[in-house]
Design a protein around this ligand. Structure first.
Ligand SMILES: Cc1cc2nc3c(=O)[nH]c(=O)nc-3n(C[C@H](O)[C@H](O)[C@H](O)COP(=O)(O)O)c2cc1C
Length: 147
């Protein structure tokens, strides 16, 4: 069986206030974690108000089935695959769907990755998205160890 990694970006179409957006995101993450757990899919979701960046990894069939569900979701649009490639191993093996909602705490990481304002997905390739996601994951992991 072949492991693959699929990376995409999409435009958030939720025109809700901040609290409404958060509630929607919680709902998305809850269902993503449950379904990905069942399907053996892992990954990471980055959200910065205007855009989603998501990495999905797992067996090809499971990743493609998950992605096929995600692209039809009306909570986002302009879903664009940035990378779809074979993977030797999982990067987010402990996460059914890790996530980072952009906040001031993350700005140092975004700056380190050359992102000083809103995300412009045209400037990001798969490796850049992956590097940003792993740094955000590591920051949150370090924070929760320190807490
Ligand atoms: C940005 C975004 C990311 C999502 N990520 C996942 C995911 O990783 N796994 C998943 O099963 N559903 C994910 N969803 C939710 C799916 O689009 C879909 O609503 C959910 O899987 C339920 O599908 P169903 O109603 O066809 O059963 C995501 C939705 C959005 C908007």
């Amino acid at each position: 069986m072949a492991l693959v990694q699929l990376i995409y970006h999409s435009k958030n179409t939720l025109h809700a206030d901040d609290r409404g957006q958060l509630a929607n995101l919680r709902e998305i993450l809850e269902i993503a974690r449950r379904k990905n757990g069942e399907a053996g899919v892992t990954g990471y979701l980055i959200f910065d108000k205007a855009y989603f960046l998501q990495i999905l990894e797992g067996e090809e069939k499971d990743v493609e089935e998950t992605y096929a569900r995600i692209i039809g979701d009306r909570r986002h649009g302009d879903v664009t695959v940035v990378e779809r490639r074979p993977a030797k191993m999982r990067v987010f093996s402990n996460w059914e769907m890790g996530s980072a909602i952009r906040s001031v705490d993350h700005e140092e990481v975004y700056l380190r990755h050359g992102i000083s304002g809103p995300i412009d997905p045209k400037k990001l390739d798969g490796d850049k998205i992956l590097a940003l996601a792993t740094d955000l994951r590591d920051l949150d992991a370090a924070r929760s160890r320190a807490a």
